[in-house]
Write a protein that binds this ligand. Structure first.
Ligand SMILES: [Zn+2]
Length: 68
């Protein structure tokens, strides 16, 4: 198990300008990896969650805002 320094986490609320890296839809999930951030729509976040969760330093899921 590698110790990973907690990344500086500004309150990064996703906006309509943030787009899914896979399909270009509005992003609702930000995945922070050691190599950088990925943004996903709800659909692709679920698609990649199983594989990425283990590597993610941070998993910011704002899909709840879909319903508001
Ligand atoms: Zn997508």
């Amino acid at each position: 198990m590698t110790a990973i320094a907690a990344p500086a986490a500004p309150n990064t609320t996703l906006t309509a300008a943030d787009r899914c890296d896979r399909c270009g839809a509005q992003a609702f999930v930000r995945v922070v990896l050691a190599s950088g951030d990925l943004l996903f729509c709800g659909h692709h976040a679920r698609n990649y969650e199983e594989g990425l969760r283990a590597q993610a330093l941070e998993w910011v899921d704002e899909t709840a805002t879909l319903n508001s």
